[in-house]
Write a protein that binds this ligand. Structure first.
Ligand SMILES: NC(=O)c1ccc[n+]([C@@H]2O[C@H](COP(=O)([O-])OP(=O)(O)OC[C@H]3O[C@@H](n4cnc5c(N)ncnc54)[C@H](O)[C@@H]3O)[C@@H](O)[C@H]2O)c1
Ligand SMILES: O=C(O)[C@H](O)COP(=O)(O)O
Length: 526
């Protein structure tokens, strides 16, 4: 039977050519409304997109034959990943194909701001020849503040250093060693805001990065700073940016991305020293050829051979290993997420230990799954394939330890993270060789399922604590799904892992922190 793929966004013709060469039928239909797409999507096994098509839960629901969504580009925030995962649809991207191009766009916008190129062009073509109106600034010797020093940020840094700029970077996951390798200075955000003449953003949009250039943070910048955003809308408070441009606090701003796209209207439009482009960061022929070829090859491999590359929601696996390793990888990824979210940014080394039956398996997918869970705390573009590379690039010391002995459990996967303060360890097993269970939580024995919205609470073991906790959650309208408790000794340290329905907001965390004996509350999404 013929396999069918739909290309629903503008894509280099090489993508369709590759699908056809490999015997896959292709339709190219761009610019559809969600309703139009929903009406035809059930015909296709593959959907190839860029950022315009919104692959919502509704589209996934209608896509009864869909096996893979391929994103010819980096960001997958236009795909409902949980909905795709729940339906068993693999989502893959091309994490490096357009990085250079996007970094070059950021540099282009920096120069456009420094020399007011768009306004000077308009004025000149209007016959005004306003030679004295457009006084620019040199970039040589100026300080560039990078917010996010991943793939694109580090390419921007290398170009800026070539322009003889000084580069300072705020990125919680940038190690001092990596910063030295890049030739840049790692700083805290406030320091960057104080020192930068130009600020450029290169982070994904996450709960931590949303509004990272908030009104308060914009107020902390050097007067006259110039700001560039080629990452994601939502990283900057656009209303605050407009006010700061009007007051002169910000001397210029160039946005390629907007909170709402397509951005057909914005209070920023028409503001002097404001430049915009319509999400063109990845739009060069070179990048588009790269991502089109890569996405078509990856999707064809998956649809025809079952090979998985650059999947966001599935580990890379060969067909033979897959059934045995799948539950281990679910366990390993959950342990990685737990460590990443509880231990946080200061992790220098991670050891992945396998014991008993787990020691007989290929350790790479297990390590990959731990790292994907861990690194996923900091970036939304991490997957099984790129997580080990990202970890290495950031200088994270990753160790695999294999114990052939069988301990208290017939099979065990443990993750030990080393920070500047010491080591923290979690471990889990499989019940019935299939169902992941947490059995050790930072030195405390426990037995818990991991998944969904959870709360990690550390407190001093006192009578009546569980009742107070339940009441506080109940009063906040939070329904408890499961409750697991462990303690070191009576009246000593205790830890709870509570699975709840719905998301935990900062107000609930504050209320729980105020309960007697509570020392730590971390909301988790596992
Ligand atoms: N404008 C465009 O057309 C275009 C093109 C390509 C990529 N992008 C976007 O650019 C962004 C960066 O892409 P990338 O490939 O460099 O991603 P990446 O994952 O390689 O790098 C992201 C970096 O952000 C850092 N980070 C995470 N949380 C942070 C925080 N709270 N504060 C500071 N830094 C934080 C991470 O540690 C990581 O180093 C993505 O959002 C991507 O979708 C836009
Ligand atoms: O994340 C990306 O790769 C960019 O935002 C590019 O988006 P585009 O493919 O729609 O240009």
């Amino acid at each position: 039977m013929t396999v069918k793929v739909l290309i629903s966004d503008q894509m280099d013709p090489k993508a369709a050519a590759i699908f056809r060469e490999r015997g896959i039928e292709v339709d190219e239909i761009t610019g559809q409304t969600p309703e139009e797409l929903a009406a035809i999507i059930d015909q296709y096994e593959g959907l190839a997109i860029r950022s315009s098509t919104k692959v919502t839960a509704k589209i996934i629901d209608a896509a009864t034959n869909l096996k893979v969504v391929g994103r010819a580009g980096i960001g997958v925030d236009n795909v409902d990943i949980p909905a795709a995962t729940a339906r068993g649809v693999v989502v893959m991207n091309t994490p490096f194909g357009n990085s250079i191009t996007t970094a070059e766009h950021a540099i282009a916008l920096m120069f456009a701001l420094a020399r007011q190129l768009p306004e000077a062009d308009l004025s000149t073509q209007a016959g005004k020849w306003e030679k004295n109106r457009f006084m620019g600034v040199e970039v040589t010797g100026k300080t560039l503040g990078l917010i996010g020093a991943g793939n694109i940020g580090s390419i921007v840094a290398s170009r800026a250093l070539g322009l003889k700029m000084k580069v300072v970077a705020f990125d919680p996951f940038l190690t001092p060693e990596r910063a030295v390798d890049l030739g840049i200075e790692k700083v805290e955000l406030d320091e960057l805001l104080k020192r930068a003449d130009f600020i450029t953003l290169h982070t994904p949009l996450t709960d931590q990065t949303r509004n990272i250039l908030s009104r308060d943070n914009i107020a902390k910048t050097k007067r006259g700073v110039r700001i560039i955003n080629c990452a994601r809308g939502g990283l900057i408070d656009e209303a605050a940016l407009k006010d700061a441009l009007d007051s002169g606090q910000v001397g210029g701003a160039a946005l390629d991305v907007f909170e709402t796209e397509p951005a057909k209207a914005s209070p920023l439009f028409g503001t002097p020293n404001f430049i915009s482009t319509p999400h063109l960061g990845a739009s060069t022929s070179e990048a588009q050829v790269n991502v089109a070829i890569q996405v078509a090859e990856q999707m064809s491999d998956f649809l025809l051979l079952g090979g998985v590359t650059n999947a966001i929601n599935m580990p890379s696996l060969s067909a033979e290993e897959a059934p045995k390793l799948r539950p281990y990888m679910a366990l390993a990824e959950s342990l990685g997420k737990l460590v990443g979210q509880v231990v946080g940014e200061d992790i220098k080394a991670v050891a992945i230990e396998v014991e008993g039956a787990a020691a007989q398996l290929n350790p790479k997918p297990i390590t990959g799954a731990v790292l994907a869970g861990l690194m996923g705390t900091y970036s939304d573009t991490v997957n099984m394939v790129n997580a080990p590379f990202l970890a290495k690039e950031r200088g994270l010391d990753v160790r695999e330890v294999r114990h052939d002995r069988e301990g208290a459990y017939h099979t065990l996967v443990a993750v030990e993270a080393t920070t500047s303060k010491g080591t923290r360890r979690v471990a889990g097993t499989l019940f019935g060789n299939a169902n992941p269970r947490l059995v050790e939580l930072f030195g405390i024995e426990i037995e818990a399922e991991l998944g969904g919205s959870m709360l990690y609470i550390v407190n001093t073991d006192t009578p009546g604590f569980i009742g107070k906790l339940g009441t506080a959650l109940g009063e906040a309208g939070i329904n408890i799904a499961t409750f697991n408790l462990g303690r070191r000794k009576a009246r000593g340290d205790a830890a709870s892992l509570v699975a709840v329905d719905g998301k935990i907001g900062p107000d609930v965390v504050k209320t729980l922190c105020a309960l007697e004996g509570v020392r730590k509350v971390v909301p988790l999404v596992i």
